[in-house]
Write a protein that binds this ligand. Structure first.
Ligand code: OAA
Ligand code: MG
Length: 222
């Protein structure tokens, strides 16, 4: 599959999709555990990203290859395609940072929509200046070399208690992160797009002064 086929293609109106709308739509589809247990905060408040996961997992390692210490990361990042969302699983490691300005620039150059990690980001002011959506547990300036290493790419990983596989749909915003398994994507996206449209109508009617009761009774959405 080419990277262009792999990436998520946004439809008109998808800018209305938010994590609460996708979470409610997962609930409606019977998937009640798709929201990461902890909020991964965007570097820039108001940031939102929606795309298809490309997973990478790190584990502790005290040695690296001095000849090509970033080999695995370089290979992974150079393979990223448009519409893809980098998902870095570290088992909530605080041993280093896992992503910085230059990885962001490369990912942006390949058309990636963002990065999220249960570990640390660094160069955070620079990533923000690039306008690359980045969501992390915290920040720390240390390099991962000889502290952590990549142990797998494109395998199913656990982030914030949720299993995420490459190809799953991921949405992140100020409220948190939701991952939708690929085989439920059509159903959940259909529900979410419908809900987003209904919520827009409900909002208008409420702002026009209609009672919450009558709007709820008519649309049954909140
Ligand atoms: O945090 C890292 O190892 C990656 C890094 O330095 C960058 O992206 O500029
Ligand atoms: Mg760097």
């Amino acid at each position: 599959m080419s990277s262009a086929e792999r990436g998520f293609v946004v439809q008109q109106g998808d800018e209305r999709l938010t994590t609460p709308i996708v979470s409610d739509s997962c609930d409606a589809a019977g998937l009640r555990e798709q929201v990461l247990q902890h909020r991964l905060a965007p570097l820039v408040p108001g940031t939102r990203a929606l795309g298809r996961a490309r997973t990478v997992r790190f584990a502790p390692a005290l040695e690296d290859d001095p000849d090509d210490p970033y080999r695995d990361a370089i290979e992974f990042i150079d393979g990223i395609g448009p519409g893809e969302f980098v998902v870095i699983a570290t088992a909530a490691s605080n041993d280093s940072a896992f992503w910085g300005e230059l990885f962001s620039a490369a990912a942006l150059g390949h058309g990636a929509v963002g990065v999220l990690t249960d570990g640390n980001l660094r160069d955070t002011d620079r990533i923000a200046a690039l306008g690359f959506p980045a969501f992390g547990r915290s920040r720390r300036p240390m390099d991962y070399r000889a502290r952590m290493r990549i142990v797998s790419t494109d395998t199913e990983v656990a982030v914030g208690g949720v299993r995420i596989a490459s190809g799953d749909l991921v949405i992140a915003d100020d409220d948190g992160v939701v991952a939708v398994p690929r085989d439920h994507e059509d159903e959940v996206l259909g529900l979410a797009r419908e809900r987003a449209a209904r919520e827009a109508t409900v909002l208008e009617e409420l702002l026009a002064g209609e009672s919450l009761r009558s709007v709820w009774d008519r649309h049954r959405v909140l």
